[in-house]
Design a protein around this ligand. Structure first.
Ligand code: ADP
Ligand code: MG
Length: 344
């Protein structure tokens, strides 16, 4: 540990991650300059499960790579656990465990060795290492001595998570952890993230699975073209779209929408199914049911649906289903020597 850095504060910070006007401009020798992050001001409260959402190319991985010390910012600042990612690089890196978007495991190491190496890189003393405990937690105990190359895609992802946890970081960052992962593994991953979170770990994740973000995250930030366009507690973000859909099944088939229901924006989804899109703040379900009765119709069944995050996301980013990527398979594995990671 670098002793030239100030000693850690006694009290835990209110924010696990904070960026101020964080900007990243890529200037590749070929191709156009890309402003991947444009003055991003992000505040991730300690203890939260925080979702960073955005379409492909929005800048999510760039932000995470800057936090992880894998990309260099152009301007602005980033703090992890109140440590500046550049001025207090070592402490900042010790406070964060990053699960990258791409699988970067050495094919010839077994999970036990991967974790031991990582613990060594982070200076975790031998008697404080929790290699088997972590492998058990991610369901890889029985694969502790198997070559990484013999692990399935899902197992490799779990090993990456295990690797991010060896130094018991208070902040765990996962970049698209469930892209291309099967339903069962996804369920297991989230269950484990919840356990970590309940134990006090702050979780920051990026995902294309909007439903998942809505279910998992207590706070959600939306990033698009490098700009933060929303950051709110999940219910508030969803509540921003004051919209509800009511579907009513009536007992008699209809050919057209009855006159008195036209003004309530009713549409006929099927001969005996009427849908109403309405704003709960200006109309109630009771009012619609009254109008149904006035039209002489009998209700056989009804269902309501609140606006979900997907609606909010589409409205804010203006992206339609055609161009949006909800779930992509992870890119092909990038094999990288674990030993080439810069030691702390
Ligand atoms: P996301 O993770 O949200 O899909 P990225 O952070 O990977 O987005 O990319 C943001 C933008 O920066 C994209 O336009 C991407 O093409 C560009 N970009 C990412 N990495 C590089 C790089 N190493 N060199 C040049 N451009 C890059
Ligand atoms: Mg990405």
């Amino acid at each position: 540990m670098d002793t030239s850095e100030p000693t850690p504060p006694d009290e835990m910070p209110a924010l696990a991650v904070e960026t101020e006007n964080l900007t990243k401009i890529y200037s590749p020798s070929y191709g156009p300059t890309v402003r991947a992050l444009d003055n991003v001001n992000l505040q991730v409260p300690r203890g939260s499960v925080f979702g960073l959402l955005g379409p492909n190319g929005a800048g999510k991985s760039t932000l995470i790579n800057i936090l992880a010390g894998l990309a260099i910012k152009t301007s602005g600042s980033a703090r992890i656990w109140d440590y500046d990612t550049e001025k207090q690089f070592r402490r900042a890196r010790s406070a964060i465990g990053v699960v990258p978007q791409e699988v970067n495991l050495d094919a010839f190491f077994c999970p036990r060795e991967v974790l031991e190496l990582q613990a060594g890189l982070y200076g975790v003393p031998k008697n404080e290492r929790r290699t088997m405990e972590i492998l058990e937690a991610v369901g890889l105990a029985d694969k502790a001595d198997a070559y990484a190359r013999s692990l399935s895609g899902g197992m490799k992802r779990r090993l990456l998570i295990a690797k991010a946890l060896v130094h018991t970081p208070p902040v765990v960052v996962l970049d698209e952890p469930t892209a291309g992962v099967d339903v069962e593994l996804r369920r297991q991953l989230w269950a484990y993230m919840r356990i970590l979170n309940e134990a006090g770990t702050t979780i920051l994740l990026t995902t294309h699975y909007l439903e998942e973000a809505e279910e998992m995250c207590d706070t959600i930030a939306i990033i698009d073209h490098g700009k933060l366009i929303a950051c709110e507690p999940t219910p508030a973000l969803v509540g921003r779209l004051d919209q509800r859909t009511l579907t009513i099944t009536v007992t008699t088939p209809l050919e057209t929408v009855p006159g008195n229901l036209v003004s309530l924006s009713a549409s006929l989804a099927a001969p005996n199914e009427l849908t109403f899109c309405f704003s709960p703040s200006s109309m109630t379900v009771g009012e619609i049911l009254e109008a149904i009765q006035t039209a002489g119709l009998t209700v056989a069944d009804l269902a309501t649906q609140d606006a979900d995050l997907e609606d909010v996301f589409l409205r804010l980013t203006g992206i339609d289903d055609e161009t949006r990527v909800i779930a992509t398979d992870p890119p092909s594995s990038v094999i990288q020597d674990a030993r080439s990671n810069p030691p702390l």
